[in-house]
Design a protein around this ligand. Structure first.
Ligand code: BMA
Length: 313
């Protein structure tokens, strides 16, 4: 059986760098959440100073967006853990708040020598951070929620499971799971899903895309995978509804790969990086970064992706 594929939005890229100094180089990897009747986007932006900040955009139809001319969330540069900025947000609506999970990046020089990696690895490290808002302008920051763990690509489930809040995150090269009673203290329970063999599109590393979406037979997880040539693609898996540490299905093939010019050429070429998703009129609308430079969208019928996953169970 041939596997389903995503259909690109005719308006792509739906958001490109703008004249504002803080977002005039690259805009990409957006968190997307439906909130008070609108589609809201929190996107990663780089400008003249090459620092990574978050901008805010909103839309009624999920395709044409209005944008705030100012960044809405920035790194606290007095904190050495955030010296290289904030990156790659994901967002969920949960208990009356929009929660954003994102990466804070810092240089290795600020940490204890035993935390440094070998000389051949890049001199930087990442941590998972979290904040919440009700209006996108002011944020209550929770700080680093997985201290001491070099991790990124965190996504929250949009409800408690088994009485606890649950998060997926990525300790290279695997997708891992963590849980919490209060959103502030998290217990890491280790890997749940790993890359596949060298011939696969998801061979080097994998990471969650948008927050998992609850479907009839579990949690649908769109995720990114990196192949041996460093091309980023998007695929899908299904996690158990009551115990999402169990992967119950995983599509063999990818759903989206870099084919358009704005996915093959940009800051980093050959990248589609899914980070947001909404569901409307029987379609999933996915939002992704194209080549770390622009924001794009594509759709897939809900039934197609779910039936393919159920057939793979
Ligand atoms: C990852 C992150 C993403 C980026 C991707 C592709 O490591 O830095 O922000 O989109 O690489 O370059």
């Amino acid at each position: 059986m041939s596997q389903p594929k995503m259909t690109r939005c005719a308006e792509n890229p739906i958001i490109a760098p703008a004249a504002n100094w803080w977002e005039n180089q690259f805009v990409f990897n957006p968190a997307v959440v439906e909130w008070e009747g609108m589609v809201h986007m929190l996107y990663r932006a780089h400008g003249d100073d090459h620092f990574s900040r978050f901008g805010h955009a909103w839309s009624a139809d999920g395709v044409s967006f209005e944008r705030d001319p100012h960044p809405v969330l920035e790194a606290d540069i007095s904190d050495p853990m955030e010296r290289l900025g904030i990156e790659d947000p994901r967002a969920v609506a949960l208990e009356g708040w929009v929660y954003a999970t994102f990466t804070v990046a810092s240089v290795y020089g600020v940490c204890a020598p035993q935390e440094r990696r070998s000389a051949s690895e890049p001199p930087w490290r990442v941590r998972v951070s979290m904040a919440r808002t009700q209006g996108f302008q002011t944020w209550e920051r929770f700080g680093i929620v997985l201290p001491g763990i070099d991790s990124k690509n965190a996504v929250l489930f949009n409800r408690k499971i088994g009485g606890r809040y649950v998060m997926l995150h990525r300790v290279a090269p695997d997708i891992c799971i963590a849980s919490s009673d209060d959103m502030r203290t998290w217990t890491n329970h280790g890997p749940i899903m790993s890359p596949r063999d060298v011939n696969h599109w998801d061979f080097k590393r994998i990471g969650s895309g948008p927050p998992p979406m609850e479907v009839e037979k579990g949690w649908l997880l769109f995720f990114h995978g990196i192949d041996r040539h460093h091309t980023y693609r998007c695929g899908a898996a299904l996690l158990d509804r009551d115990d999402p540490s169990k992967v119950v299905a995983r599509l063999d093939d990818w759903l989206l790969e870099p084919q358009a010019e704005f996915e093959q050429q940009g800051w980093i070429g050959n990248v589609v990086f899914p980070t947001g998703c909404i569901e409307r009129d029987g379609l999933y609308r996915l939002y992704y970064g194209g080549a770390d430079k622009v924001i794009c969208s594509c759709t897939i019928p809900r039934a197609e992706v779910e039936e393919a996953l159920y057939a793979a169970m």
